[in-house]
Design a binder for this molecule. Structure first.
Ligand code: G3H
Ligand code: 13P
Ligand code: NA
Ligand code: ZN
Length: 328
C-alpha cells in the first residue's frame, strides 16, 4: 500500500531502523528497488526530484508507483517529493498522489540571516498546514548542505569575506533545530552535517572534522522524538568507482559517506537516508560495461538488465545495512 512518510518513520523509530530514500526517474529504477525490497522484506521510500517529475511526467510517475504497489502488495511504499522548492511544487506533488513532500526552505537561505530563517519557518509551516489536512507528511530542512572541506554551501558561492562559509554557518544549529520543529510541526527534519549532493563529497575518507556526526547527536539530544534525515548520503563505494572506471569511465577518486557513519546516525535518530548518486553510478557502470564489451549490442534491454541487477544489489545491501530488512 501507499503510506505516508510519518507512518513509515514512526515505525522505524519504534523499531530502531533507518530507511533509505532512493531517487527514481524511470521504470527500471523503480522495479529494481521493488525487487530489492521484496528480497529483503523492506518498506520503501521512493522520491522524485523536480527534475524527475519533468523527465518522466507526473502522470507517468504516479501510475508507475501505483503499478509497483499492485505488483508488490506486501511492500509499503512512500512516494516523496525530493527538494520541493516552493508550496506550489509541494501542492502539485500532492495532487499527483505523493504521500510526502519536502519543503526545502533552506534553498533560499542566504547563509544564516534572520530573514532566511524566518522565510524558511513561514514557508514550511504553510506547507505543513496544507499537507497535514490531507494526510500527507512534510520534511523540512535547516542548515546549508555543503562541503566543510571547501567551505562552499550548495546554493552559495563566493560567500563571506573570503568566499568561504565557516563550519558553524554550514551546519545545523541544535537550538535552532528545536525552535524550527516546534514552529513548523514538520514530520521529519533534514540536517546539514557536511554532506553534499553528487559523487564528489570528500577528498579523503571523512573524519569528524568534515563529517559532523557529532551534530546529529546534539540535535537528537534536543529533539529525541523528531525523525532526522540525512541528505547527500551516497557512500560512493570504491567497488562501484572501479567498475565504472574499468569500463572506460573517467571518475576521479572520491569519497562518500561511509555506511558505518550512517549506521551511527541511525542509532541517534536518523530515519531517512537519501541516496541517488550510488544508484546512478551502479547503473551507469553496467551500461558502460556492456557498451565496451558488446560493441554490436543495440537492444536497450541488454543494457538495462545488468544495470537493474546492479541497482537491486545496492538497494538490498542498504536495506540490510540500515536495518530496514524484515520490516515490510
Ligand atoms: O537532490 C538531488 C538528487 O540527487 C536529485 O537530482 O535534481 O538531478 O534529479 P536531480
Ligand atoms: P547523493 O547525491 O549523495 O546520492 O544524495 C541524494 C540526495 O540527497 C537527494 O535528496
Ligand atoms: Na527529500
Ligand atoms: Zn538532497
Amino acid at each position: 500500500a501507499l503510506i505516508s512518510l510519518r507512518q513509515l518513520l514512526d515505525h522505524a523509530a519504534e523499531h530502531g531502523y533507518g530507511v533509505p530514500a532512493f531517487n527514481i526517474n524511470s521504470m527500471e529504477q523503480l522495479l529494481a528497488i521493488m525487487h530489492a525490497a521484496r528480497r529483503t522484506d523492506a518498506p520503501v521510500i521512493v522520491q522524485a526530484s523536480r527534475g524527475a517529475r519533468a523527465y518522466a511526467g507526473d502522470l507517468m510517475l504516479r501510475r508507475m508507483v501505483e503499478a509497483a504497489v499492485e505488483m508488490f502488495p506486501e511492500i509499503p511504499v512512500c512516494l516523496h517529493q525530493d527538494h520541493g522548492n516552493s508550496p506550489a511544487t509541494c501542492l502539485s506533488a500532492i495532487q499527483h498522489g505523493f504521500t510526502s513532500v519536502m519543503m526545502d526552505g533552506s534553498l533560499e537561505e542566504d547563509a544564516k540571516t534572520p530573514a532566511a530563517y524566518d522565510y524558511n519557518v513561514a514557508v514550511t509551516r504553510n506547507v505543513v498546514e496544507l499537507a497535514h489536512a490531507v494526510g500527507v507528511s512534510v520534511e523540512g530542512e535547516l542548515g546549508c548542505l555543503g562541503s566543510l572541506e571547501s567551505g562552499q554551501g550548495e546554493t552559495e558561492d563566493g560567500h563571506g569575506a573570503e568566499g568561504r562559509l565557516e563550519r558553524s554557518q554550514l551546519l545545523t544549529d541544535p537550538d535552532e533545530a528545536a525552535a524550527f520543529v516546534a514552529a513548523t510541526k514538520v514530520d521529519a527534519l533534514a540536517v546539514a552535517i557536511g554532506t553534499s549532493h553528487g559523487a564528489y563529497k570528500f577528498s579523503r575518507r571523512p573524519t569528524g572534522d568534515i563529517l559532523a556526526m557529532d551534530v546529529v547527536k546534539a540535535i537528537h539530544a534536543k529533539l529525541p522524538n523528531t525523525h532526522l534525515v540525512m541528505h547527500g548520503s551516497s557512500s560512493v563505494p570504491q567497488e562501484l568507482q572501479d567498475i565504472f572506471n574499468e569500463a572506460g569511465g573517467e571518475m576521479p577518486q572520491t569519497w562518500g559517506v561511509p555506511v558505518e557513519e550512517i549506521r551511527e546516525g541511525i542509532r541517534f535518530g536518523v530515519r531517512k537516508v537519501n541516496i541517488d548518486t550510488d544508484c546512478r553510478i551502479a547503473m551507469a557502470g553496467q551500461i558502460r560495461k556492456v557498451a565496451r564489451e558488446k560493441r554490436g549490442e543495440f537492444d536497450p534491454r541488454n543494457f538495462m538488465k545488468p544495470a537493474m541487477a546492479a541497482l537491486e544489489k545496492l538497494c538490498a545491501e542498504r536495506f540490510e545495512q540500515f536495518g530496514t530488512a524484515g520490516h515490510a
